[in-house]
Design a protein around this ligand. Structure first.
Ligand SMILES: [Zn+2]
Ligand SMILES: [Zn+2]
Length: 248
């Protein structure tokens, strides 16, 4: 079959089918562009992709290179529960529109692009990880939203990286109130004990290096509560990779 010899790409074929119904749009501003699942030239220029130098632990970007393994003031003051956290984008417009459109606007066709970006930004973390674990939603929220954006992102990254994804290892035990206006310490209290490793799945965590996946890292309180639950079940390490992070 001719198409097989030419290397049939299911994803590209899917994009073509999508094109029939929807002209390709920029993932952030929705301007018409020439291919599905990408940014327009203007957004590509304005989106703030995070890169080194950054804090060796939380990934907070540094203006100047402070040397390998240098830590930011917040991490020196209180070391987070996870090992290292890295993110693709700074959470500010237009990247914020990109993340919110994905989470609430059903723009799930952005997932393959996110998977590619995460694979690049998380290269070092992926090299040491055994399994990708998305941050779970409480079932009531999953019911409202119909999908967990972190699972979609983790699945796209699993395809890119070849690492297994385990969406059922962590459970969210309770629905936590919105964290919007809370201080970092109050956020940590808010989510403390909100996550656990699913009972009977501890052996899938013990001795393994977990890479937690989420859409946005704000203060890191949610991620830390997940990391604590994983360490309690015997994880050998917990790193974090998110699509975006708040930079103050
Ligand atoms: Zn755009
Ligand atoms: Zn830091």
């Amino acid at each position: 079959m001719a198409i097989v010899e030419q290397g049939f790409d299911v994803r590209r074929f899917g994009d073509r089918v999508l094109d029939l119904f929807l002209p390709p749009q920029c993932l952030a501003c929705r301007a018409t562009i020439d291919r599905q699942g990408a940014l327009c030239a203007v957004c590509w220029e304005t989106v703030d992709f995070l890169a080194s130098p950054c804090c060796g632990v939380c990934g907070h970007p540094f203006e100047f290179d402070a040397g390998e393994g240098a830590l930011c003031a917040a991490c020196l003051d209180r070391r987070p529960a996870y090992g290292r956290a890295r993110a693709v984008l700074r959470y500010a417009p237009p990247a914020r529109d990109l993340v919110l459109g994905f989470k609430y606007g059903d723009q799930t066709y952005a997932a393959p692009a996110f998977g590619r970006w995460l694979a690049r930004a998380g290269r070092e973390l992926l090299a040491e990880a055994d399994v990708l674990v998305p941050v779970p939603l409480h079932w009531t929220r999953l019911f409202q939203r119909r999908f967990n954006q972190s699972i979609l992102i983790a699945r796209a990254l699993a395809r890119e990286s070849g690492l297994p994804m385990a969406a059922d290892l962590l459970v969210r035990l309770r629905r936590t109130p919105p964290q919007g206006r809370l201080s970092p310490a109050a956020r940590r209290r808010n989510v403390q004990g909100a996550f656990a490793v699913r009972s009977g799945r501890e052996e899938s965590v013990a001795g393994r290096k977990v890479l937690l996946i989420d859409d946005v890292m704000t203060t890191g309180a949610t991620i830390e509560a997940c990391a604590e639950a994983l360490f309690e079940a015997g994880a050998a390490g917990v790193d974090v990779l998110t699509l975006a992070r708040v930079v103050r």
